[in-house]
Write a protein that binds this ligand. Structure first.
Ligand code: SAH
Length: 345
């Protein structure tokens, strides 16, 4: 069993304690801290401003991460999908996307191994649920993406595998570390949820400055519960009401995510009904064109249906964006993260 001290995820105080416990001067901790969170590095030996003796000590007693990169795939559009192996052998995925503004690098990270929510259209759901990803493992996903690419991540979206609000403490703890240690602005962090009402209420009580995105995907209770089992527990109207309270308490607009699926939720009536349902909710709408995969019966709508849907919502006064499909050729698009090699039982 590897009992080395894991560096990535530790705060300055913890690093200082480690240095002092190992007879090093305390200020070495700050140098290590800067390397871990503000620069990028591949190896302990890359910390070139540390004396050789400190690097030797670190090599002997510490490791950068407890998770490792098992595979990496690069899409034609520059999107990179990472397969990470956790210390217990479980596999998870994360994705790095560049949008047209090259200075913006968005990382999409996972919070659970598999997912318990069972949405009928999502590839991750088919894996079932194995366990929550711990805080160190959440943070190390960003560290390793930076280490592998030599680039600083500017935006973080909790939209990978799993339901972030069901791993609440690690979600909140990791956001704190991304803000304070990696210096990613709160407004550049987005958490996507299928709508776990009690935890949305908790978020509202915190000073949550990041963006909350809600996977609504249907204009009413009836339709929502046929594709998202969570809707049976947390009802549509109560969810909208909870989100209204949330916007009032936090002063922050939410993002309504809506995956458009042919003949499921993409009709003119669906658009009209959705416009009414969210008319009082301070929100922007993000339409996601369904990413098809061979194992799923769901299909993407026609271009016309997508445009019509967008126009109807815009006419109701909403700001609407259509999420660009990224990395579809490497199964890195939304809902395609299934860690094919994973043997989740
Ligand atoms: N559990 C959270 C985080 C997952 S985010 C949530 O439900 O929001 C992943 C997003 O991709 C969710 O909005 C999900 O509904 C959506 N999604 C799932 N399968 C998809 C697919 N095949 N195509 C497009 N989006 C999909």
């Amino acid at each position: 069993m590897d009992t080395k001290f894991i560096l990535v995820g530790k705060n300055l105080k913890e690093l200082e304690k480690f240095m002092i416990d190992n007879n090093q001067s305390k200020f070495r901790a700050k140098q290590v801290y800067n390397w871990l969170y503000l620069k990028t590095l591949k190896d302990i030996n890359d910390m070139t401003d540390l004396p050789l003796s400190t690097r030797e000590l670190l090599n002997e007693k510490a490791s950068l991460c407890s998770i490792s990169v098992k595979d990496k795939q690069i899409s034609k559009d520059g999107t990179i999908k990472f397969l990470f192996e956790l210390k217990d052998g479980n596999l998870i995925e994360a994705v790095l996307m560049r949008f047209d503004n090259r200075a913006n690098l968005t990382a999409c990270i996972s919070t659970q191994v598999g997912c318990p929510m069972g949405c009928s259209f999502c590839a991750t759901a088919k894996l079932g649920f194995k366990r929550n990803i711990d805080i160190e493992e959440i943070i190390q996903q960003i560290f390793l993406i930076q280490s592998e690419t030599g680039l600083k991540v500017t935006n973080i979206v909790y939209m990978g595998q799993g339901e972030p609000l069901l791993n609440f403490d690690n979600l909140i703890g990791s956001i704190k570390i991304f803000r304070e240690q990696f210096q990613v602005g709160a407004r550049r962090i987005t958490v996507s949820t299928c709508g776990i009402i009690p935890q949305i209420k908790e978020l509202a009580k915190l000073d949550f400055q990041s963006t909350l995105a809600i996977s609504l995907h249907a204009p009413n209770q009836e339709k929502r519960q046929t594709i998202m089992p969570v809707a049976k527990k947390y009802k549509f109207d109560e969810l909208i009401k909870t989100l209204q309270d949330y916007t009032q308490m936090t002063g922050r607009r939410v993002t309504v995510e809506y995956v458009l699926m042919k003949d499921v939720n993409d009709s003119v009536n669906d658009a009209k009904e959705l416009a009414v349902a969210i008319s009082k909710l301070k929100s922007n709408v993000n339409l996601i064109v369904y990413n098809q995969n061979e194992k799923s019966d769901f299909k993407k709508p026609s271009k016309e249906a997508i445009q019509k849907f967008k126009y109807i919502l815009e006419a109701s006064g909403k700001k609407v964006t259509i999420r660009l499909e990224r990395g579809a050729d490497i199964d890195a698009a939304c809902g395609q993260l299934s860690s094919k090699f994973n043997k989740v039982s």
